[in-house]
Design a protein. Structure first.
Length: 253
């Protein structure tokens, strides 16, 4: 977690606590660097579409890194977020990357089973919103630069931090890794016969209100302007360095 920065996982952003499983769960399925934080906060702000954050991110530098290596604490956290991050109309959203489910498969299979039974209940409609990024070169550049610099958010940027040097190896690694993560979702959708609502980050930035309506319509939820809630502001990272990388690989975008 970032010191002195609201990330959205703080208790002050909770909805009123409720008991029992969420009546209307949905999965925001994506991969890193698709603008998923921007989109998740966009949906959350409506007050009617849950608060779809990374509640399964137990990496040591992640929002719930303090639960890394503790299956029991991870399970407690999961049940806690179900109670306090379900919007008053019964909608609960979970943003997840394949690598987070894979980590549970390796280290906490009971929780993985609990998560899947909640989010993709057998014998019931499975609601999945799949978020991708249309500009493939920009996506690869974004991930490669972040892995080299360790800068994943605007708040981590510093004028004193050196720009990462262009690396064709980092680009190739990012391309392979992102492709593998995307293939994992495609395989899951095929195996479970899920036809998700497909969104693109570029469209969400250009037409945010339309994106929120699309998700609400897909879930069968009525939006209520009076239900809107305050959420942390998402600052867009500087694009100058990324632009130079895109030009380096001949993207011209």
């Amino acid at each position: 977690m970032l010191a002195d920065v609201d990330t959205g996982y703080e208790g002050k952003f909770d909805f009123p606590a409720r008991s029992g499983p969420p009546p209307l769960p949905y999965l925001l399925a994506s991969v890193p660097r698709t603008g998923s934080t921007y989109v998740s906060h966009l949906l959350w702000r409506s007050g009617c579409l849950g608060a779809p954050l990374e509640y399964l991110n137990y990496e040591r530098n992640g929002p719930y890194g303090f639960a890394s290596g503790s299956p029991e604490l991870q399970q407690q956290l999961w049940r806690s977020v179900l109670a306090r991050r379900t919007s008053p109309n019964g909608v609960f959203g979970l943003k997840a990357f394949p690598m987070q489910l894979e980590a549970l498969a390796e280290g906490n299979r009971p929780l993985l089973a609990e998560v899947l039974s909640t989010m993709l209940p057998p014998g019931a409609p499975k609601r999945v919103v799949h978020l991708a990024r249309r500009d493939r070169i920009a996506h690869i550049v974004s991930y490669a630069r972040a892995t080299l610099s360790g800068v994943w958010r605007k708040e981590q940027e510093s004028e004193a931090a050196p720009e990462p040097d262009y690396s064709s190896e980092a680009m190739e690694t990012a391309d392979r890794w992102l492709s593998a993560q995307e293939a994992a979702w495609d395989g899951m959708f095929a195996d479970m016969r899920i036809e998700p609502l497909r969104l693109c980050y570029e469209d969400a930035v250009a037409r945010p209100e339309e994106t929120v309506r699309q998700v609400a319509d897909y879930l069968g939820v009525k939006l209520d302007p009076a239900a809107e809630v305050p959420v942390p502001r998402i600052e867009r990272q500087s694009r100058e360095g990324a632009k130079a990388w895109v030009e380096r690989v001949g993207g011209g975008r």
